[in-house]
Design a protein around this ligand. Structure first.
Ligand code: IPE
Ligand code: MG
Length: 222
């Protein structure tokens, strides 16, 4: 979800107003995805690198996250959507973590869609933590090095149990992965749109899905 700052800048608004407007796109995209039967939707809300932003912006984003989680908890519950946060959650402020725990617990049994919210997420740190976990199992004698296969690595990541993404949508025209799900996206179809995230709504999401449906996926075959 990129382009909030630029959206605000072109309107001479503070960056946080771009983020606020972006939460409306979050709502629109969750609804649209749920409507067409998407089973897993991952939103990259805050990266490990984003902690480098000015304190005021980080605080504003955390406050917005709290507000949004509180506001949408009921809608998630009513629509059979389970929330699951992925990332270095221990980095988050205690209040935010508590709100996440509440919403996760409330929605855990929901089976129509899983909303993975990437918070303080970084693909490399995810791999490092996963590798450490596997190493501990090897040391404990529970796992032989030769048994470390793709499934074992996938199972040691924050995304354990979730399928690899079919489609990755990147807004604001940037052509880079930015540390997002590097292990999981090796054969994911990319859709890059110049539209800034706060302007990305229902119809834009459907346009991305339509384009995806026209792609031919060969996974390295013929
Ligand atoms: C949102 O867009 C990404 C978040 C970290 C929430 P940006 O804040 O990166 O917007 P730009 O790139 O400055 O336009
Ligand atoms: Mg950006």
């Amino acid at each position: 979800m990129d382009g909030n700052g630029r959206w605000a800048k072109t309107r001479n608004l503070p960056r946080i107003e771009g983020h606020r407007q972006g939460t409306k796109s979050v709502e629109a995209v969750i609804r649209a995805a749920r409507e067409i039967g998407v089973e897993y939707l991952t939103l990259y809300a805050f990266s490990v690198e984003n902690w480098q932003r000015p304190t005021l912006e980080v605080r504003g984003l955390m406050a917005l996250l709290m507000e949004t989680l509180k506001r949408y908890a009921k809608e998630l519950a009513d629509n059979q959507i389970a929330l699951r946060a992925i990332g270095r959650l221990a980095d988050l402020p205690e209040k935010v973590r508590a709100q996440i725990n509440i919403t996760e617990a409330k929605t855990a049994a929901n089976a129509k869609m899983t909303l993975l919210l990437a918070l303080s997420y970084g693909g490399r740190v995810e791999l490092i933590e996963g590798v450490r976990a596997l190493a501990r199992r090897v040391r404990a004698g529970e796992l032989a090095p030769a048994d470390i296969d793709e499934a074992a690595v996938s199972g040691a990541l924050y995304t354990v149990g979730a399928p690899d993404p079919d489609l990755l949508i990147r807004t604001s025209g940037e052509m880079r992965l930015s540390n997002f799900l590097p292990w999981q996206t090796i054969y994911t179809e990319w859709y890059v749109t110049p539209t800034l995230w706060p302007d990305f709504r229902r119809e834009d999401f459907f346009a991305a899905v339509s384009e995806y449906n026209r792609r031919e996926r060969r996974f390295g075959g013929v």
